[in-house]
Structure formats: C-alpha cells, structure tokens
Design a protein around this ligand. Sequence first.
Ligand SMILES: [Zn+2]
Length: 321
Amino acid sequence: MWRIDLPLPFRLRSINVYLVQGKDGCALVDTGIDMPDSRAAFFAALESIGIDQSAIRDVYVTHMHPDHIGLSGMHGARGATIHLMRDEEQRARYMWSAQPLDRWVGYFRAHGLDEANASAVTEAAAKLRKAVTLPDRFATLDDRDFVRLGGRAVRVVWTPGHSDFHYVLVDDDARAIFAGDHLLPTITPNIGLYPECRPNPLDDYLKSFARFERLGDYTVYPAHGKPYSALPDRVHQLVLHHRERLQGVWDCVIAKPEGACSADVVAHFWGDRLNSHETRFALVEVAAHLEYLRLAGDLSSSIADGTIRYHTESTKPSMPV
Ligand SMILES: [Zn+2]
C-alpha cells in the first residue's frame, strides 16, 4: 500500500490518497482535486511506484467534497469503478453541476450574513466546481457492505457528520481504518449544517464514534495528516472539542438578550478576519452547533426580519456524553 500526498489550493495544503495493490489489480481510496498540479503529482507517484493507471480497478470515494471526489471522473473515464455511498450521489450531482446554488444565498442570509457576504460565500463555493469531474455513473455502497480493497475484504461503515453519507473502510485483518475526513489526527473535521443536509450533523458525528471507540489497536489512515494509532484518545479529544464549542456557542447566545444568529456567534469567535471559504465553514459549523442545542431542548429559535435567532431560558446546556 502507498500513501500518495496530492497538493490542494487550500490552507489544508494536501490530501492523502491510498493506493492498495492486490493480486488482480489496485484500488484507490479518495482521488484528489481535479487541477493540473494534482493530476501531475498523482501520475508522477504512479510512475515512481511502477504502476500503470489501468491497474486501478476500484476507486472508493469517502464523500463528495472536492478534494476527495475531484478526480473520480478521470478514473471512471479510464475504466475504474467509482464507489460512493448510495445517498451521497444526489448531493454530489447537485454540488458539482451547473445548477444555481440558489438555496445557499437565502440560507446564509437567514443565518445572518448580509446580501454581499452571502453571495460572496456562495460564489466562492461555486468556483470549486471547475476542480471536480464526476464519472458518468457510481457504484453504490451501503452501510456494512463488504468490498474488495486490493484483494482484501474490508467493511463499509457509514460515518455521517462531516458529510451526510461519508463512510470509512475497516480492514479487520490488517487492523486498519481508511478514515477519509472522519477522524483526522490534528484538526477537527468541519461539521456543517447545509440547506440540503440531514438536520443534525453534529449529533450524527458524535454518535458515529460509538462504532469505533472499542477499536483500540487499529491504525487510522486519514485523508489529511499522518497515519496514527491511539484512536480512542483521538475520539475523546474530538468529543471534548465539540463539548467546548457547544459551551462557547451557548455562552454567546445567553450574552445576547435579543437572541443570537449564527453570524453573531461567528463574529464572537473569529471577528471579521475570515475569507469567504472560512466564513462558510465557520457559519455552517456554528449553525450545526446551534441546531444541536435547539434539538436537545437547550435553545429555542425565532425568525425576525428573515433572520433565525436563538434564545435560551435554561442555565446550562446539556452535553454529549
Ligand atoms: Zn471533506
């Protein structure tokens, strides 16, 4: 198996794709973004390993974000089968099409951005469309399927939160987890509420850990950063991070007697120093935390002048275990 590091035009500078060689062909986990330097780096890596692209039979895309799915069309056009979880395709086809992202502007307005910022955030996201090429068709995966990864049988485990139908691949024989963005070693994956998403992505994310906590002696192969073990410790850190963030979001709401919208909370944490991409990630992450608290009964919401504001009468938020 090889870990191939491909460049990204984001602050998150690179992505790992994993090439696994078996007796009858290779499999790839995630693909990289479809940009010239990323393609060049991928082919240079294949050449140095001595594997031809035609040997890649199966490509497992953990979720529909551009750095994971971007080059899937290239592999599909050259004969590989591209695997995606069943219900992730719909969002992929919407995001990476020419359809206007018209729900987004209204959504960001409702969460407190002004018209100019809501449009800027949406346009910045739409610009990524040129860095994604989808295949004509996907082979669909379901939770608990067994699939072949370079000759090995691995389990598909649905891990929603960072994306609704994100999955990881678990190789129980090799004690390995191909984790996509679900369990990153040094940063917390963005858990964001989007207008077309499942209603409580943070709850999805935190509950998904129950499937991994007992897996103490596995090595995690993440899409960003170095492989690591000590998975239970990392899960503990990730839960703590979200507990702290929930407390911080809740403190921000209680400090505003008139109620706080998502953009108020973003300004509280980050001021006005975020670019358009960062504003989007911050806003959808805050919205996910606010909705988590609302659905837990700790906050209520109301709409005035088209803006969703959150309020609370309780003195302490309930917390994930
Ligand atoms: Zn992602």
